[in-house]
Design a protein around this ligand. Structure first.
Ligand code: AMP
Length: 190
């Protein structure tokens, strides 16, 4: 069955890692809005220039820009057999925008994978990544901002997907392969 998935959870929970493994397993692209912004920043594109003020501070990039990059990406050929969206939607208005896009494409979501972990574990992982990758938005202020936005704007969205019967909740603590196995088992059971 074609999978059209969201992967949701706080920063540091391992969304990117699991999205990459699921991408390989199902043979579908993992689409990360954060990665798309970082790529454009690095290459100094117009989109990168417009997004920079927001990404540097850990704030959300305005919807007009964000929704458009997702719409364009979902329309590409390699997305015809399914996809995993990582880092989108992050607000109620983005849920609405995504609903509209998927209706137009006639490609409904198949599931929403929600990962979670204790606050201490998240902070440790983010600090480790900051050291390894040196992301511009891994400053203490930007990290705090992102976690705050997640708690206030993004976490409540899980209830929307739960009420639609799409939520697949998995503990994001533990061994990477084991977590991936659990996600796949739960997805394939549906
Ligand atoms: P991430 O790698 O998912 O943490 O994203 C890095 C940064 O990109 C975020 O802090 C935002 O500035 C921006 N970004 C990524 N996804 C979105 C989104 N769905 N809506 C708005 N801004 C986003």
């Amino acid at each position: 069955m074609a999978q059209r998935l969201l992967i949701m959870g706080p920063q540091g929970v391992g969304k990117g890692t699991q999205a990459a493994l699921l991408s390989k397993h199902y043979g579908i692209p993992a689409i990360s809005t954060g990665d798309i912004f970082r790529y454009n920043l690095k290459n100094g594109t117009e989109l990168g220039k417009q997004a920079k003020a927001y990404t540097d501070k850990g704030e959300l990039v305005p919807d007009e820009l964000t929704n458009k990059i997702v719409k364009d990406r979902l329309g590409m050929d390699d997305a015809a057999q399914g996809w995993i969206l990582d880092g989108y939607p992050r607000s109620a208005s983005q849920v609405e925008a995504l609903d509209k896009m998927l209706k137009e494409l006639d490609t409904p979501l198949t599931a929403v994978v929600a990962l979670d972990a204790d606050h201490d574990v998240l902070m440790q992982r983010i600090a480790k990544r900051a050291k390894e990758e040196g992301r511009a938005d891994d400053t203490p202020e930007a990290i705090a901002k992102r976690l705050d936005i997640y708690a206030k704007e993004t976490a409540p969205l899980l209830d929307i997907y739960k009420s639609r019967g799409l939520l697949v909740a998995v503990d994001g603590q533990g061994e990477v392969d084991q977590i991936c196995k659990e996600i796949i088992t739960k997805l394939d059971e549906r």
